[in-house]
Design a protein around this ligand. Structure first.
Ligand SMILES: CC[C@H](C(=O)O)C(=O)SCCNC(=O)CCNC(=O)[C@H](O)C(C)(C)COP(=O)(O)OP(=O)(O)OC[C@H]1O[C@@H](n2cnc3c(N)ncnc32)[C@H](O)[C@@H]1OP(=O)(O)O
Ligand SMILES: [Co+2]
Length: 134
């Protein structure tokens, strides 16, 4: 079911500080910040040769990363995003095994303009998984 790692996400308390650190200290290529109100986050992508790192800052009162940052105030690794060829087939296959698909269960359009879904971290060894259809 799984294809490539599309990105690894890090929740950060201050996106400007984190972006400057990746750009100026680590010498990485970084994207412009993108606000995604439907997802409750603002994102910057760090573009690497073999994958991307997604820096996430909470946006709005009901951000899904707010509780995570309360528990990890200096930030932390938040999720890993795997590519899948058919997100609805992946969802149905996973649901049949008892894995919890988060939210309504219907894919939303993610930061790359493609359908995404999230799987509960308690079902995958403490790691929140995002699936992105490519
Ligand atoms: C789509 C735009 C962009 C993109 O790439 O295109 C993004 O990636 S947006 C990313 C932000 N969106 C999401 O994270 C959506 C999915 N997340 C959720 O639905 C929630 O955050 C959820 C269900 C993972 C946790 O929410 P909840 O309100 O239940 O928070 P709790 O603090 O009560 O957590 C319950 C339990 O899970 C542990 N937990 C929470 N988050 C994580 C995590 N990121 N990694 C590992 N574990 C996590 C938390 O510690 C609690 O454990 P407990 O043992 O009970 O303390
Ligand atoms: Co993501």
């Amino acid at each position: 079911m799984l294809g490539r790692v599309n990105h690894i996400a890090i929740a950060v308390p201050d996106l400007n500080v984190a972006t400057a650190s990746y750009r100026d200290t680590l010498g990485a290529k970084v994207s412009q910040a993108q606000a995604l109100p439907e997802h409750g986050v603002t994102v910057v992508f760090v573009e690497l040769e073999n994958t991307k790192v997604e820096l996430l800052e909470p946006l709005g009162e009901t951000s899904p990363i707010a509780a995570f940052l309360e528990k990890n105030p200096s930030g932390g690794m938040h999720h890993i995003c795997y590519e899948v060829a058919d997100i609805l087939a992946a969802r149905d296959q996973l649901s049949a095994t008892g894995a919890r698909v988060l939210g309504t269960g219907e894919p939303k359009i993610g930061a790359h303009g493609k359908p995404v879904l999230f799987l509960h971290p308690k079902d995958f060894f403490g790691t929140l998984i995002e699936l992105e259809q490519v």
